[in-house]
Design a protein around this ligand. Structure first.
Ligand code: HEM
Length: 277
């Protein structure tokens, strides 16, 4: 008969740490569903049209600022490359966060990681080209906001790559998660707009207009998720029980808002576009 050895890991986790872990898992489950719907939308909206060369069909999507422009071959090819890479970034980023893949198939994790980081870098460079060389007519502040996001994606992806090459996996994981947050800025942008539409409605004219929110959220869509991630790192590493519980509550609230955005973007943005194609 073997004696049961009580190691620190086998002891019951303190309630606050358990709550934080559960809240992070809940957030992740919502993110997987939302990202799955976003990938489905990107592939269904742009896959067949782009791969068959029917670029004009993109403009069935009336939410696009520019999309297909007759005669602008370089710009149209840039858009085509951007949306196809966007699907890899979104799908690859989510897969990278699945702990089972990291633990059981490290080679798969490495290859998805290379694909995620390189497409995030290339999609950002192409995005910068579209914003500054093929202007969409977006306001100056919005162009600066998305460009700052591109700079953060390029910087964080570079650092995630460098720390992986140096086999410094603790720092690599942090930089990879930061890259995930900023690379999903465009996704959070859409979720935030829809969620704000729901939340601000009961307040009528007392709430800031959608235009004002949009201008602020153009920066917030990557800075707020990044700040939440940093707080999560802090709470996990050094937070006391109260700090961890507060963080768990914050994450559950963020997950609720995100879920509202996920449902709203699907029914209000993505499904109507797909219905027209
Ligand atoms: C790396 C993560 C990114 C993803 C997943 C992504 C995704 C997308 C998607 C799906 C579209 C098509 C629009 C739609 O159907 O709603 C799009 C368009 C566009 N993206 Fe990105 N994007 C990313 C990064 C960026 C960055 C960093 C920039 C700018 C620096 C950028 C600039 C643009 C522009 C200018 C368009 C065309 C807008 C139009 O013509 O309406 N993107 N992106």
């Amino acid at each position: 008969m073997t004696a049961t050895v009580l190691t620190p890991a086998s002891r019951a986790k303190p309630a606050a740490a358990g709550a934080l872990e559960a809240a992070a898992k809940l957030w992740f489950a919502a993110a997987v569903i939302g990202q799955g719907l976003f990938v489905f939308y990107i592939l269904a909206a742009y896959g067949p049209t782009t791969l068959s060369g029917d670029f004009a069909a993109w403009n069935q999507n009336k939410q696009l600022l520019k999309g297909y422009v007759p005669g602008d071959t370089a710009g149209n090819l840039a858009f085509a490359a951007h949306v196809l890479m966007a699907a890899v970034v979104t799908f690859g980023g989510t897969l990278q966060l699945v702990p089972q893949i990291r633990a059981r198939a490290p080679a798969v994790h490495r290859w998805i990681g290379r694909a995620f980081l390189s497409t995030a870098i290339l999609a950002s460079l192409v995005g910068l080209y579209m914003v500054w060389v093929r202007p969409t007519g977006d306001s100056g502040a919005n162009a600066i906001a998305i460009s700052l996001d591109a700079v953060l994606i390029l910087t964080f992806a570079g650092l995630a790559w460098r720390t992986a090459m140096a086999r410094d996996f603790v720092r690599h994981r942090r930089w990879a998660m930061r890259t995930f947050m900023v690379a999903n800025g465009v996704w959070f942008l859409r979720l935030g707009i829809v969620a704000y539409g729901f939340i601000s409605k009961p307040f009528g004219d007392a709430a800031p207009s959608m235009g004002t929110f949009f201008d602020i959220w153009n920066f917030g869509c990557y800075l707020v998720p990044l700040a939440i991630l940093e707080l999560y790192f802090l709470a996990k590493a050094r937070g006391g029980p109260r700090g961890r519980l507060a963080m768990a509550g914050g994450l559950v609230t963020a997950t609720g808002l995100m879920s509202l955005g996920i449902a709203g973007t699907w029914f209000g943005m993505f499904a109507p576009v797909l219905a027209k194609l």
